[in-house]
Design a protein around this ligand. Structure first.
Ligand SMILES: Cc1cc2nc3c(=O)[nH]c(=O)nc-3n(C[C@H](O)[C@H](O)[C@H](O)COP(=O)(O)OP(=O)(O)OC[C@H]3O[C@@H](n4cnc5c(N)ncnc54)[C@H](O)[C@@H]3O)c2cc1C
Ligand SMILES: NC(=O)c1ccc[n+]([C@@H]2O[C@H](COP(=O)([O-])OP(=O)(O)OC[C@H]3O[C@@H](n4cnc5c(N)ncnc54)[C@H](O)[C@@H]3O)[C@@H](O)[C@H]2O)c1
Length: 474
């Protein structure tokens, strides 16, 4: 069996499906090949079930605030973990329905199987040869589980398996406190499961700003014990798993391995396309066009390792399909980086991260949310926001924060950065009272002080005539 097509997309995840929708502007001659479950990582085992779980956990955790604010009866609330997991799965099924239906709607244009390259323009899948003008690799990533840990069977969980659990034993260890470990660890801890968090470094939730990291570590420690050290697992005589780190030994019923993800590239036979691979086994590609070398092959989404987030996978799917099918070489700009971790407080970064700053040129201004009025009203008054400003141009270049509603503050700042807003311009924007957004103002004002500016006009957008009149001009 064989066929010839214009475009093959490998992977029916977010990047693959958006590549498909972009490709359809140009052609219907596309084949989508997927190995593994349909529905996308984001909807099936990623963004969506994790946020559905966190929503329940955060809302349940707010009972402590209610009981301190005069609402009786909150101590009688009980968590039914099997029912919570069922709730998460039923929402998950709603979110996966669309992507599954889309892949099914392709008929013969959709193949389930793992393809391999025979040549840069010839793939083989399920014994069928497909000659293709262009290919997009959008195969995503999967959780890393060290070989030794696999001996513990299904008691070492990952984000791929945890949402399938009907229930969870009373004591769990979350190893790795990056975005996945911080979110899921806090969610289960807030739902009453005893969680021990482990990371080999003090850095949590992918934060690079040391002050923000300290604030977040302190917040996470309210929900779980955290041990910093390289982790080893051992069997105990009573069937528990012993987690060893930093001289501590803690026995648990299950472990969530959240120590990072690796690209799904095995079996594609990339050797056959003759391209250099990096240390993660990812082919070298042009970060603008996403083209691999000079080959008619493109790479998009998490597998590239460039920006492993859902909205970036969407953009990369579109960029890859656009370049593959138009042959245009013009550059497509990328959006301002924005990342949000949905812990409480939320963690967010927009634009440059602290680790990317040039501290000779960039200044750092802080807003502390410990006394922020709106945050105080909801007993969520913790965390800080660090604003990074270019000292020569006065524009905001980045921010990292662990604050209440950083989900929204992160968006505001990402939009301001992409618009190249200055500190002065942002201070002229309306701030409603009392809101969490007002918490940005102290950072902006501190930045202005550090810039050495003394503004003689009020922070309102004066129109020139009125300003001239007000200042005694003609
Ligand atoms: C727990 C968790 C929480 C997350 N939360 C967020 C969040 O809140 N916000 C956010 O922006 N991002 C989040 N992410 C990241 C987000 O899910 C990913 O960035 C996004 O799903 C990547 O899409 P993708 O298309 O690159 O990969 P995927 O959606 O993984 O698609 C890859 C597809 O390729 C298939 N495949 C794999 N190997 C092969 C092969 N050899 N041949 C053919 N097909 C293959 C797979 O079965 C899959 O269908 C989260 C991730 C996880 C795990
Ligand atoms: N809200 C979100 O946007 C969101 C949520 C979850 C995941 N994600 C995406 O998923 C990606 C993967 O997240 P992740 O948290 O799995 O990976 P990660 O690489 O960001 O974090 C892994 C953590 O595990 C630690 N670690 C590694 N090996 C260890 C060991 N042997 N012992 C102890 N600790 C160890 C690392 O120090 C690190 O803190 C992220 O980069 C992000 O793009 C995003």
């Amino acid at each position: 069996m064989s066929r010839s097509v214009k475009l093959v997309i490998i992977g029916a995840g977010t990047a693959g499906l958006t590549a498909l929708s972009e490709a359809r502007r140009h052609t219907d001659d596309v084949v989508l090949i997927n190995d593994g479950p349909y529905g996308t990582t984001c909807a099936r085992v990623g963004c969506m079930p994790s946020k559905a779980l966190l929503e329940v956990a955060h809302t349940y955790a707010s009972r402590k605030f209610l009981s301190g604010a005069g609402v009786a009866g909150t101590d009688q609330m009980q968590v039914d973990i099997p029912a919570v997991m069922e709730h998460v799965r039923s929402l998950r099924d709603r979110f996966t329905a669309g992507p599954i239906k889309l892949a099914e709607s392709l008929g013969k244009g959709s193949i389930q199987g793992r393809p391999r390259f025979l040549e840069p323009t010839i793939l083989e899948v399920n014994g069928e040869r497909i000659r293709t003008e262009k290919t997009i690799i959008a195969t995503g990533t999967r959780p890393i589980v060290p070989a030794k840990w696999q001996a513990f069977g299904n008691r070492v969980l990952t984000s791929d398996s945890i949402f399938e659990k009907k229930t969870l034993g009373g004591r769990g260890a979350v190893v790795g406190l990056g975005p996945i470990g911080a979110e899921l660890g806090q969610a289960f801890a807030q739902l009453g499961v005893t969680i021990y968090g482990f990371d080999k470094t003090e850095r949590v939730a992918a934060i690079t700003d040391p002050a923000v990291n300290q604030a977040m570590l302190q917040a996470l420690r309210k929900d779980m014990d955290i041990v910093i050290g390289e982790v080893d697992l051992e069997k105990t005589t009573n069937g528990a798993i012993r987690v060893l780190a930093d001289g501590e030994a803690i026995d648990v019923d299950w472990v969530l391995a959240a120590i990072g993800r690796r690209p799904n590239l095995e079996g594609l036979d990339l050797d056959a396309i003759g391209v250099a691979l990096d240390e993660r086994g990812v082919p070298e590609y042009d970060p603008c066009s996403l083209q691999i070398g000079n080959l008619p092959i493109y790479i998009a989404g998490d597998v590239s390792g460039m920006r492993p987030l859902m909205h970036e996978a969407v953009d990369e799917g579109r960029i890859a399909a656009y370049h593959a099918l138009t042959g245009h070489k013009e550059l497509i700009g990328r959006r301002t980086p924005l990342e949000i971790v949905f812990t409480e407080p939320n963690v967010a970064s927009a634009g440059l991260r602290y680790a990317e700053l040039d501290l000779q040129r960039h200044i750092v201004a802080t807003a502390d949310f410990g006394q922020q009025p709106r945050a105080l009203m909801t007993a969520r008054n913790e965390g800080i926001l660090q604003l990074y400003v270019d000292s020569e141009e006065g524009c905001i270049v980045g921010s990292e924060m662990a604050t209440p509603d950083a989900e929204h503050l992160g968006h505001l700042l990402a939009w301001a950065i992409q618009q190249r807003s200055t500190v002065d311009k942002l201070l002229q924007m309306p701030f409603y009272h009392p809101t969490v957004e007002e918490g940005l103002r102290p950072a902006l004002q501190a930045a202005r002080r550090q810039l050495g500016e003394r503004r003689r006009q009020p922070d309102i957008p004066l129109c020139h005539e009125a300003a001239d009149w007000a200042l005694g001009g003609d």
